[in-house]
Every structure is written in structure tokens, then in C-alpha cells.
Ligand binder design. Structure first.
Ligand code: PGA
Length: 252
């Protein structure tokens, strides 16, 4: 089986104007010019996508969006379709981030439809899953993840999911400075991989990239990346500055 190529993805959330995003992206292009063994993605806000896309031209940093709507077009005020994201140069889209679930009521069913729309348009979906602190403390971690994966990927076949990326982001570790220990993260990643194997077979489960997210920093990335089932990271806060994200990308 081919080794899985690491992916380091930056989620810029609701930070940076278009000009600020271009500035950080331009710095990142320079800082990561020599990196060719890691896939890199940054996801600025919708309003910065087109200008950042131009900044990334000719670099090997890919563009991603932070959300998507599942219809192609129509009377859906405030929403953005897969075709629109493709048209400004997106390659990836983050789906079902815990902040979308927590503040905007996104469900596993919505994530499922969004994944379908992304794949149909040729975008790489990054499905985010993760338990809250309360769920971890009441020993529900695995059952919560089980539901998020099974419902998020309901009615998909292995042939549809060749590009899928999963991001395990324990909600209690996002933006809190508390990272899951390498062992805690590995245990969950291994579980997710076995779940995928059960659902769609060993071939896909061996190929699928599972990222860890939650307070990833230059100081903790190498330890996480040493774990056999951690294939990369989805980075929030530490991706906003080019120097720290540059260091994370060059974790080796
Ligand atoms: P954080 O965010 O790195 O700031 O914890 C991660 C994420 O929400 O994707």
C-alpha cells in the first residue's frame, strides 16, 4: 500500500480581511517554497478566496473553503455552492467543523449532503468530527464518533470516497491550548480507521488521510505526526501567522 502523503491544513476561521489574507498567503508561499513532501492547504474566509487564489498560483499550497452548501444554485440567501468554490480555485472544503455544528446547528445529515456535493464537483471534502469534553468524560467518545462517521458517510461507497479526508478534532482541544496527547489522538485515529474499514473496506481505510486538529502548534506537531494513524493536522490559531504555520508544515 502507498504511504499516505501528509496534509497540513490551515483553517483561518473568521479572521483576516482579503488584504491581510493575501499578505499571510504570500509569506507562506515563500516560507514553504522548498517543501515538496507534504500537501499544504489554507482556508481563508469566502471573501478572500479569489485574491488568495491568485497569490497561491504557481505555488504548491492549495486553497480550501470553510463551508459549502449542497445545492448548485438557487434562492438560498447567504450560501455558496461547490461550483462557486471551484470557480475561484478551491481544491478542498472543510465540512461539519465543530463550530458550524455548535453555533449554526449543523447536523450529520447536512454534512452528508455537503460531502456529496463536494465530491460531485471534484472538491476534496475534509469531514470534521470530534467529541465534547462532557462526552469524553462520560465515556461516549467512541459512540459519538461512530455516529458522526456513520451518518456523515451514509450511503457512500468506497469508490466515491477516494479523496475524502477526515479531521478528528476533539472539541475540548479546539482553541483551548489543551491538545489531546499523542496516545489519546492515536487511539481515536486507529478507531476511526477501523470504522472506515468496516464500512467501506480495507483498501480505502488504509489510504484515507486522518488529520488531528485542536491546538496544534510548532511544539507539538512532530510528536503527533510520529503516530502511525495521524496523517496531518487541521490547524486553527497557529495557522494565522505565516511563521508558526510554516514551522508546522516543516515538522520533519
Ligand atoms: P485550533 O483550531 O488549532 O485553534 O485549536 C483547530 C480547528 O478548529 O480547526
Amino acid at each position: 500500500m502507498e504511504p499516505r502523503r501528509p496534509l497540513i491544513a490551515g483553517n483561518w476561521k473568521m479572521y483576516k480581511t482579503s488584504a491581510e489574507a493575501v499578505d499571510t498567503a504570500a509569506q507562506l508561499v515563500k516560507l514553504t517554497a522548498g517543501v515538496d513532501d507534504v500537501d499544504i492547504m489554507i482556508a481563508p474566509t469566502f471573501t478572500a478566496l479569489e485574491s488568495v487564489s491568485k497569490t497561491l498560483e504557481g505555488s504548491h499550497i492549495d486553497l480550501g473553503a470553510q463551508n459549502i452548501f449542497w445545492e448548485n444554485e438557487g434562492a438560498y440567501t447567504g450560501e455558496i455552492s461547490a461550483a462557486m468554490l471551484k470557480s475561484v480555485g478551491c481544491r478542498y472544503v472543510i465540512i461539519g467543523h465543530s463550530e458550524r455544528r455548535q453555533y449554526f446547528g449543523e447536523t450529520d445529515e447536512a454534512a452528508n449532503k455537503k460531502i456529496r456535493a463536494a465530491i460531485k464537483a471534484g472538491l476534496i471534502p475534509i469531514l470534521c468530527i470530534g467529541e465534547t469534553e462532557q462526552e469524553r468524560e462520560s465515556s461516549q467518545t467512541f459512540s459519538v464518533l461512530d455516529k458522526q462517521v456513520k451518518m456523515g458517510l451514509k450511503d457512500f461507497f468506497a469508490k466515491d470516497l477516494g479523496s475524502l479526508v477526515i479531521a478528528y478534532e476533539p472539541v475540548w482541544a479546539i482553541g483551548t491550548g489543551k491538545t489531546a496527547s499523542e496516545e489519546q489522538a492515536q487511539e481515536v485515529h486507529q478507531y476511526i480507521r477501523s470504522l472506515i474499514a468496516e464500512m467501506v473496506g480495507d483498501e480505502l481505510s488504509g489510504a484515507i488521510r486522518i488529520l488531528y486538529g485542536g491546538s496544534v502548534k510548532p511544539e507539538n506537531i512532530s510528536g503527533l505526526m510520529d503516530m502511525p494513524d495521524i496523517d496531518g493536522a487541521l490547524v486553527g490559531g497557529a495557522s494565522l501567522k505565516a511563521d508558526s504555520f510554516g514551522k508546522i508544515v516543516q515538522f520533519k
